[in-house]
Ligand binder design. Structure first.
Ligand code: FES
Ligand code: FES
Length: 161
């Protein structure tokens, strides 16, 4: 059984995995990082988005061994150690960017990857970037508002319908 060594949320991790083990299963089952959700297991919903070496990745699309030597970040690493929410998490709370919350970890990890590369995305750019993240509850408008607010932009013009 191969051993995968990586850094997860700043902590070194070394874990024996089967060759078929997916990154999302390593995170959830072996490391108990259950904030990364599994909504479809077929690369469609985006509930499982994490960062691998700074890029947003659907963790159900990647074998764990492929993350050998990588820096992995999950939703558990977003808030500060004292529990203070990240800028994006706080914006989701302030602007009602979630209802049931199932999609939220993936949305926040995707949003933070977007803002790293594009600190002031337009509404259209946000909507296009989130194409791979499905939300069954919110209708997306408040998610878009939250991401625009987190990037310091005016949200009054964000489409309401
Ligand atoms: S569980 Fe990975 S995309 Fe849906
Ligand atoms: S808040 Fe329920 S799926 Fe997005």
């Amino acid at each position: 059984m191969p051993t995968v060594t990586m850094v997860v949320n700043g902590q070194p991790v070394s874990q024996d995995v089967e060759a078929r083990t997916l990154l999302v299963d390593l995170l959830r089952n072996d490391l108990s990082l259950t904030g990364t959700h599994v909504g479809c297991d077929t690369s469609q919903c985006g509930a499982c988005v994490v960062h691998v070496n700074g890029d947003a990745v659907k963790a159900c699309t990647m074998f764990a061994f492929e993350a050998e030597g990588a820096e992995v970040a999950t939703i558990e690493g977003q808030a500060a150690a004292d529990g203070t929410l990240s800028n994006i998490q706080q914006a989701f709370q302030d602007h009602h960017g979630l209802q049931c919350g199932f999609c939220t970890p993936g949305m926040i990890m995707s949003a933070s990857a977007l803002l790293k590369d594009n600190p002031k995305p337009s509404e259209d750019e946000i909507r296009a970037y989130l194409e791979g993240n499905i939300c069954r509850c919110t209708g997306y408008h408040n998610i878009v508002k939250a991401i625009m607010a987190a990037s310091g932009q005016d949200i009054t013009a964000v489409a309401a319908e």
